[in-house]
Design a protein around this ligand. Structure first.
Ligand code: FES
Length: 104
């Protein structure tokens, strides 16, 4: 299952999506260090911000209240912004396209 990631410089990388891991973990394990994910997935930093391809946003689990609170604090939030640590990867997400949000 592929996870397709657009980097800040526009480069596109295809990573091996691993079910059971979060999208954040897959991006980090794929060697992408521009996704800071400073809190390690404990939902307190919002530096794992990604933008999901709008055509695929409906495939994802909905935004929980605590994720919503952090997204709400982002100046550059978009309609399909998500915190990648809160998205469990699954085979049903094969081909998911996400973009690393701009640095804040
Ligand atoms: Fe900190 Fe996702 S890694 S909120």
């Amino acid at each position: 299952a592929d996870l397709i990631v657009t980097m800040r410089d526009g480069d596109i990388r295809t990573l091996a999506g691993k079910p059971g891991f979060s999208v954040m973990e897959i991006i980090r394990d794929g060697g992408v260090d521009e996704l800071l994910a400073l809190c390690g997935g404990s939902l307190s930093c919002a530096t794992c911000h990604i933008i999901v391809d709008p055509a695929q946003a409906a495939l994802l689990p909905s935004v929980a209240d605590d994720e919503e609170d952090l997204l709400d604090g982002l100046d550059d939030r978009t309609p399909t912004s998500r915190l990648s640590c809160q998205i469990p990867f699954a085979d049903t997400l094969d081909g998911l396209r996400v973009t690393i949000a701009p640095e804040t």
